[in-house]
Design a protein around this ligand. Structure first.
Ligand code: NAD
Ligand code: UDP
Ligand code: UDP
Length: 343
């Protein structure tokens, strides 16, 4: 078994436990579902830069052509408008399966569509992986832990999820997607990888997607008050997108199935986050309290020991360093300028 793994690793262009991502090798054919979205488009940039051929499959529910337009005309890049709820025939080596709305506002907009995307969409992509012998990576979520009773969250924790709540189309959907992934692995020998992604931010996030970082940044730039839901004492841990993409690629190329928590352990209350946004954009930005949403998890922070040990991965960009990079992108998109000057 070890010999075979070493042979496959060599054939794929690297040897040994470490994964030199920048290495030159024969390009792979890779599908990225949801590749026109926020995380997907950053992943596509890295795969194209590495010399792989990338096919983006996206229905543009929350994704945008603008996120991948800079690859149009590159023979190694293809964009297919397709809904993963429908079957799809392709010949590829790897499937990064990201297609699914990620913001609570978006995934609650049509909950039945969200659960179909997670269940039928994931089933189709696993069927595709099985047929062509491709390796399959699922982007699951920290939401599988629900409103966690263990803190920080370890991968062995089974979670505390309301199965009939307004968030369940997403968190139960992703839990089922994880189940399908493991069943295709055990039953059909599909090579699989599972990432549990914690809150991620960065350039190209939808400006009005309702997530807390995009809301606060857009509000502070527009001189509107930042909307803190509830008492603002709930916590999240915010990861910069390039750290996540590095983790996803190491997971795909590595030997371990997971699940792996991929997140930044730096934990902030929403009031602390508002303070960081004030420091970054406008010290006079105001805060306004609003009622919180239903079933909002009280706290969330990844234990990333497993990813550190087995993937040699940990995030490098703390919130105070990553936020300005997102702010300059939002500034350009909101005010349509090309300078980083403040309004
Ligand atoms: P996003 O909304 O920007 O991207 C999702 C992409 O999937 C979009 O381009 C959208 O158009 C596409 N899509 C949605 N439904 C589809 C369907 N039925 N068929 C084809 N395409 C479809 O979100 P993101 O933040 O880039 O998230 C990417 C993945 O990572 C998602 O699976 C999400 O659940 C997961 N994730 C993200 C975070 C985060 O903080 N960003 C946290 C946990 C998990
Ligand atoms: N599927 C797909 N592309 C493929 C192979 C399968 O979209 O290349 C879909 C297929 O339509 C089915 C799902 O994946 O709905 C599961 O396929 P599998 O072969 O595992 O199951 P079966 O078709 O036997 O139900
Ligand atoms: N939140 C907030 N103000 C906003 C948007 C969200 O205070 O304008 C809070 C929300 O109640 C939650 C946290 O920020 O406690 C993270 O919400 P988000 O929708 O970004 O992601 P989640 O982790 O809930 O999926």
């Amino acid at each position: 078994h070890h010999h075979r793994a070493a042979f496959e690793a060599a054939a794929r262009g690297f040897v040994g436990g470490k994964v030199p991502l920048g290495i030159k090798r024969k390009g792979l054919r890779i599908v990225v579902t949801g590749g026109a979205g926020f995380v997907g488009s950053h992943l596509v940039d890295r795969l194209i830069a590495r010399g792989d051929s990338v096919i983006v499959v996206d229905n543009f529910f929350t994704g945008r052509k603008e996120n991948v337009m800079h690859h149009f005309g590159n023979p190694n890049f293809e964009l297919i408008r397709h809904d993963v709820v429908e079957p799809l025939l392709l010949e590829v080596d790897q499937i990064y399966h990201l297609a699914c709305p990620a913001s609570p506002v978006h995934y609650k907009f049509n909950p039945v569509k969200t659960i179909k995307t997670n269940v039928v969409g994931t089933l189709n992509m696993l069927g595709l992986a099985k047929r062509v012998g491709a390796r399959f990576l699922l982007t699951s979520t920290s939401e599988v832990y629900g409103d966690p009773l263990q803190h920080p969250q370890v991968e062995t924790y089974w979670g505390n999820v309301n199965p009939i709540g307004v968030r369940s189309c997403y968190d139960e959907g992703k839990r089922t997607a994880e189940t399908l992934t493991m069943d295709y692995h055990r039953g059909a020998q599909v090579e699989v990888r599972i990432a549990r992604i914690f809150n991620t931010y960065g350039p190209r996030m939808c400006i009005d997607d309702g997530r807390v970082v995009s809301n606060f940044v857009a509000q502070a730039l527009r001189k509107e008050p930042m909307t803190v839901y509830g008492d603002g004492k709930q916590t999240r841990s915010f990861q910069y997108v390039s750290d996540l993409v590095e983790g996803l690629m190491r997971l795909m190329e590595g030997e371990h199935i997971g699940p792996f928590n991929l997140g930044n352990p730096g934990e902030f209350t929403m009031l602390e986050l508002a303070k960081v946004v004030q420091e970054t954009i406008d010290p006079n930005a105001k805060i306004e309290f609003r009622p919180n949403t239903e079933d909002d998890p009280h706290k969330r922070k990844p234990d990333i020991s497993r990813a550190k040990e087995l993937l040699g991965w940990e995030p490098k960009i703390p919130l105070r360093q990553g936020l300005p990079l997102m702010v300059s992108d939002f500034h350009k998109r909101i005010f349509g300028d090309h300078s980083d000057a403040k309004p």
